[in-house]
Every structure is written in structure tokens, then in C-alpha cells.
Design a protein around this ligand. Sequence first.
Ligand SMILES: C[S@@+](CC[C@H](N)C(=O)[O-])C[C@H]1O[C@@H](n2cnc3c(N)ncnc32)[C@H](O)[C@@H]1O
Length: 267
Amino acid sequence: MTNSTTQADTAIIDTDEISTRLAKLAQTPEQFRKINTFMKRRTHMSQQVEQVLVDGSLGHIYVNSTGELGKLGDVSHITDLRALFADMSNGADAPITLEIGFGMGDSLLEMAKNSPSTNFVGIEVHEPGIGRLALLADEMGLTNLKVINGDAIALLDNLPDNHLDTVQLYFPDPWQKKRHYKRRFVTHDRMAKVVRVLTTGGKFHAATDWEHYAFWMLKVLDTMPEFSNPHGVGNFAPRPEYRPLTKFEQRGITHGHGVWDLIYIKA
Ligand SMILES: C[S@@+](CC[C@H](N)C(=O)[O-])C[C@H]1O[C@@H](n2cnc3c(N)ncnc32)[C@H](O)[C@@H]1O
């Protein structure tokens, strides 16, 4: 290798390093200090799930495949969830529900199966759940369910005002330690993003089995003037029939754990 080649290589490496540093400096203070509500976990996936995640073959359900494993999905181009259903049997104007953090997807799959005239979109960062839900929805031939890989906060920021009929958040990470409370999905700031995308009369439905988080949510949501609590300020909601009882929840109930539902309507 000649001296000139070595210098050229060094120059390329330096340029890359400089652009990375410049990109970081260009971030707003908010982006720089970004606090995520999730922690990406690596768990085992079947080969079939891995393939679905990377090959884009289920693009009619899994709408933003990253083409590789371990990468957070890009949602910057997803600015209209209704449009995702334009060519489906329900069309773009059907009632639409967004589920944030569907985990392995069991309850979302059941809801989509039980309410065929409603369109459902689920967003997750957990790849085994994303791939599994897309596979099962395809096997069942569901045309009213779309799956997105990515951060729900970024997605909410891209959506128009008054866009969704329902936003649901079932068993969100409770972030039990005090120093982690800022990661809880239900905070005034994050819920303001939810309010904005809901239609007037639209619904936010949350459920948790963590008592501290249940009362935390009640306090946050009851003090938001944009929301009304149909069960009365200070009251939880009974579990609606349409929210499937998951195995995880059933096990908790058997062990004597409580479950709290919260339902709020955009005023
Ligand atoms: C405790 S799990 C519950 C999963 C499922 N809802 C259930 O009841 O089994 C919470 C899920 O929310 C997801 N999550 C948290 N914050 C998220 C965000 N900002 N965007 C997308 N998913 C998120 C996590 O990856 C995790 O899988």
C-alpha cells in the first residue's frame, strides 16, 4: 500500500466521523436528550418470523420492513394511517384504531378478527412480536390489520390532527423505579400527542396491572381538559367486553393481581 492510498483512506474515515458528529450537533436539545418509553429486548425468533421481518413478503400487512434484523423501523414516511386501507375491503373511511405496544400481538389479532369492519394498526419495536403478528394476520387472511415497526411517539408526531377514532395502550411498560417514571408512556406531554390525533369524540383506552401506574394514569388523564372521563373523575372503567383477556392477564388475575382499565373521550 502506498503512502497516498493510506492518506486517502484516512481522509474517508475522518469525513464519516465528522459527519456523524455534525449530525449529532444538529439535533435539537429535545432529540439529543430523547427519552424512550421502550427498551429494545433481544429474544429468540423462529426462522419463519426472521424471514418475514427481512424479506418484505408481507408488505400488505407489515408496512415498513427494515430489510434487516435489529433495526428500529423508519416511520418518517408514514403520515396517513387511513390511506393504508384505501385498497382494502373496509376502505380508508372505516373507523380506525391504533394500538401502541402490542407486544406479541395476541389481543390485537383477536380484536381485528372480532371487529372486521374496523381498521386496526399496531405499532411495536419488539421484532418477534412484529413478525409473529404479521404472519398470523396473513394466515388468517385479515384485511383490516396493518403492522408498523417503530416508535409510536415519532409516528404520532407525523399524523394529521383528528385522524384516529381510538388509541389503545394495553399493559404498557410500568417503569417501576422512580428514576424511570419519565419513560412512562402516559405523561401530559405524550398524551397531548395522542389527543391531537384523536377525532372529537375519539377514545383513549389504557389498561394496566400495575397499581401505581394505574393511579398515575388516572391523575394525568383526569387533569387534562381535552379529555372527559365517562365513568366520572377519579374512576376507572370496567373492562369492556371487546378488550380480550390475554393469557398473561388471566394468569395475573389467578394470582390475585388487579387490572385497571381507563377510558377517556376527547372532548
Ligand atoms: C409490557 S409490554 C405489553 C405488550 C402487550 N400490550 C401486552 O399486553 O401483552 C409493552 C410493550 O410496549 C412496547 N412499547 C413501549 N413504548 C413503545 C413505543 N414508544 N412505540 C412502540 N412500542 C412501544 C414495548 O416494546 C413492549 O413490547
